[in-house]
Design a protein around this ligand. Sequence first.
Ligand code: ATP
Length: 332
Amino acid sequence: MTVAVDTTLSVRDLQVRFATPRGPLDAVRGVSFDLRPGEVLGLVGESGSGKSVTLRALLRLHRPPTQVSGEVRWNGQNLLALPEARLRDVRGGQIGMIFQEPMTALNPVLTVGEQIGENLREHARLTGRAARERAAELLELVGIPAPAARLRDYPHQFSGGMRQRAMIAIALASQPRVLLADEPTTALDVTIQDQILRLLLRLRDQMGMSLILVTHDLGVVAQTCDRVAVMYAGKLVETAPVLDLFRSPKHAYTLGLLRSLPEGGDRRVPLQPIPGAPPNLLALGDACPFVPRCTYATLKCQVGEPPLEEVAPGRFSACVHHAELPRPEVRA
Ligand SMILES: Nc1ncnc2c1ncn2[C@@H]1O[C@H](COP(=O)(O)OP(=O)(O)OP(=O)(O)O)[C@@H](O)[C@H]1O
């Protein structure tokens, strides 16, 4: 008998509240989206917008007193309500995660081979020689030369780019259906960044997994993603297929992000940030939180925070001026 597995990850009204000395801080304020099988979803936004906190919440990596609510539906269950023992099968198993700085995710006292082996044992029930062979295959798959020998090396014996690949190999050992990637290439130089992104896309094609890619870099989004979710002050303010977003953004914040892209998408030129600072999450008012920085803001924008609504087929925006925004002069 085959059991149908629903591999759409459905996030509904996700909220994350931190307890801080200055009071409760709502870092994620009602985020909802679906990640379809085989899809690459880019999660973009400035520093502090809530991208990493969102990603960690999907796998329930926050600990009390941090409060997480909403639903993360996966394979017929709500991950936010699952007993810890059952969640462990999902976390690092069906859903893998890779981080910006592999040294914080890798165990410094275990060899890379041992770390891949742990995942193979726990999630793929492979041990002994079969596990060693599979581990070498995984290192080869992520483009690490002389994989059998490198299994005996510790993380500090790898260069930055190779460490990133090793972390991906560990995450892939469980054959995840979904990979959550938090700025997986930010610390790397552009050539290695391109190689790793290409690798992730190849793995998506080969293994059919879907991917959430958190990034600051719209160049990376253009190169990699099928769909984009733009985050501002703990909310999604726009979601769209990638080309549509680049051609005709439907939120003034997205337009600002695109205008801050260097001419011709040259990533060696530093980005021009949007004037003004992101809002203080401890002191949000009732208006659209982008108002103080928005050149299109009118009185309408002061009347409550606009909800994310479908404004064209497949396009969602939380901007009351979505229909009046100009096209940015960027090449997608
Ligand atoms: N443990 C914590 N306690 C209190 N506040 C936190 C904690 N972790 C994150 N925050 C706050 O939550 C907000 C969202 O942070 P988050 O790391 O998700 O942003 P981000 O969009 O991923 O930014 P970056 O791109 O810089 O990683 C920020 O205001 C941050 O200061």
